[in-house]
Design a protein around this ligand. Sequence first.
Ligand code: AP5
Length: 215
Amino acid sequence: MAGGRFIFLGPPGAGKGTQAVRLAKDLAIPHISTGEILRSAVRDGTELGTAAKGYMDRGELVPDEVVAGVVADRLTSDDCEAGYLLDGFPRTLAQARALEQRTGGNVGQVVYFELSEDEVVERLTGRRTCPSCGRNFHVKYLKPQTEGKCDTCGAALIQRSDDTEATVLERLRVYREQTGDLVGYYEERNLLTTVSAAGAPNDVYATLKTAIAKE
Ligand code: AP5
């Protein structure tokens, strides 16, 4: 199986990014993470980054019109002809509707990663990220070979500024309030596949592959 359109939905820290990297590679489709696009804009000090930074630091959502515009632009790239894996978009009903418009209603399969809030907090507060290549590690579940160093490029790992416990709790509140309704929205449209995100990354990946093959 190659190609296809996928949306990864679920609470922050459920492991969407971890699974997305692997599935996008296997299916030869672009992994489009709105969080990564925004973080890279912040690092580069672009107009988009300047507009997004305050929201991200507070754990709030960046305004719909900004994010929907970024995704609409990205979907015009040639590499999206075979499909896409959208990770972290849409996150509001307005974004879901913008995507429907952009794709003529053919948004693809929505995978909902389910995980308890306690596990989310543990995964996010223990996450360490490579500021150079973007690879993620975890102090307990996915340790780098050399402590504090990225296995891929050797850069010193950092903690994302929005991965402190207080901001993680705020991100969870925002998720419940603004994104949670998308689960029912896509369920009603028969587009939702639920995958348990508990368990080791390899086990979650096996469950994911089985679940999407059934649809
Ligand atoms: P974004 O970057 O999208 O953050 P998020 O949704 O909060 O998701 P994360 O990247 O934090 O978690 P993840 O589910 O990908 O988990 P991961 O695989 O890393 O967004 C950041 C911010 O940008 C938002 O707060 C908002 O401000 C803005 N933004 C982005 N999109 C937007 C939009 N559409 N609209 C408006 N604003 C937007 O895993 C987490 C940790 O757990 C890692 O350490 C990993 O190693 C570990 N782990 C992963 N899987 C497992 C496992 N199975 N077992 C044990 N540990 C695991």
